[in-house]
Design a protein around this ligand. Sequence first.
Ligand code: INI
Length: 156
Amino acid sequence: MAEIHTIEGALRADGLRFGLLAARFNDFIVERLISGAVDTLIRHGAVHKNLTLVRVPGAFEMPLAAKKIAGRPDIDGLICLGAVIRGATPHFDFVAAEVSKGLAQVALDSLTPVGFGILTTDTLEQAIERAGSKAGNKGVEAAQAVLESIRVLEQI
Ligand code: INI
């Protein structure tokens, strides 16, 4: 097939300013997601002074704070980090649905990349697996996705 013009994002974080939005709920899982995201950004060229961490009580509170952060002119991308665990709550479905819908809407309204680093799992064990053990680290994935998205959107 003939070569087609392709736009792709490089994983370069130099000069970019990031917000990290983290839930306090399930704090010991979320701390690992924060570490994964920060480490990823720094290894790709971001500097600590350009990273701002905002904490909210739980995942349900994220969309509103995300909207304010993503609307700031001094933020290039926002990485949201949390853990919603079914075993821990009967209102899992409501919290998981609201945070996912809400954050997707924030990205569309603000035109700012928003990373969905929110674990939604049935059990605590599954959450641990996705927070830096055998199934990777969702914070790393979310940071990489935001970085790539910023660099793609710059070119479109
Ligand atoms: N918030 C979470 O981030 N994760 C959860 O697993 C969770 N559970 O299990 O309930 C949770 N609930 C709190 C919710 O996000 C709000 O903070 C709370 O309802 C107050 O508005």
